[in-house]
Design a protein around this ligand. Structure first.
Ligand SMILES: Cc1cc2nc3c(=O)[nH]c(=O)nc-3n(C[C@H](O)[C@H](O)[C@H](O)COP(=O)(O)O)c2cc1C
Length: 196
């Protein structure tokens, strides 16, 4: 499984979490391609063909970003608008990214308890990233469970180190796709019933 991580942090030099995460991912260049959008396109002039080729070459795409104003950094939104064009999607018979898995990896300043009904923020992260889920559904991508790191602002170095390892394990796991887990369960049930 080839994994593309599109990382979007507007000020990575000041980052603690996302910077540490990228260092962890870069230990595995054989499996993971890291594309840092703000570093690659400091003038925001995205090389659309290059990005489309990268998408086509990978089985799983990870969008890694800090939650900013309950949303994604601006360059990532621009990347979606510029790269995933309808002409590209339909020009390839609608198969450009159909079947590609999409995972979100999010660093979140606030606490987990804030992100629930009745909490300080009042909405869950899954609710806030709904537009990306619809995007995945409408382009034929497979939306998988996100990786979330709450309390990023006040996290200790040890917590950030642990989160980096957890992040790597999350995005490299084939079992992240519930269909694979379901198929394994069904296969085991079939085997058990045919053995009776
Ligand atoms: C402009 C801006 C907006 C932010 N908005 C939010 C927000 O809406 N919710 C939240 O929990 N944290 C918010 N934060 C905090 C960031 O999510 C947090 O600093 C980041 O995830 C930490 O990761 P880093 O160490 O890689 O920068 C915001 C930070 C900035 C700079």
């Amino acid at each position: 499984m080839r994994i593309l991580v599109l990382a979007a942090h507007p000020s990575i030099e000041q980052s603690r979490v996302n910077k540490r995460w990228l260092a962890e991912l870069r230990k595995h260049p054989d499996q993971i391609t890291v594309q840092e959008l703000y570093a690659t396109y400091p003038d925001h002039a995205i090389d659309v063909e290059n990005e489309q080729n990268l998408l086509a070459e990978h089985d799983r795409v990870v969008l890694q970003f800090p939650i900013q104003w309950y949303s994604m950094p601006a360059l990532l939104k621009q990347w979606l608008d510029d790269v995933v064009t309808t002409s590209w999607l339909f020009g390839t018979g609608g198969k450009a990214i159909a079947g590609t898995e999409l995972v979100l990896a999010l660093s979140i300043g606030g606490d987990e308890s804030s992100y629930q009904s009745g909490g300080l923020i009042g909405y869950t992260i899954s609710e806030l990233v709904r537009p990306l889920q619809v995007f995945a559904n409408q382009t034929g991508m497979i939306f998988l469970p996100h990786y979330k790191f709450y309390g990023a602002i006040k996290a200790t170095d040890e917590q950030i180190d642990n989160s980096a390892r957890g992040y790597l394990a999350h995005i490299t796991s084939p079992d992240l796709n519930p269909q694979i887990v379901r198929k394994r369960m069904l296969d085991a049930m079939m085997k058990a019933s045919s053995a009776q």
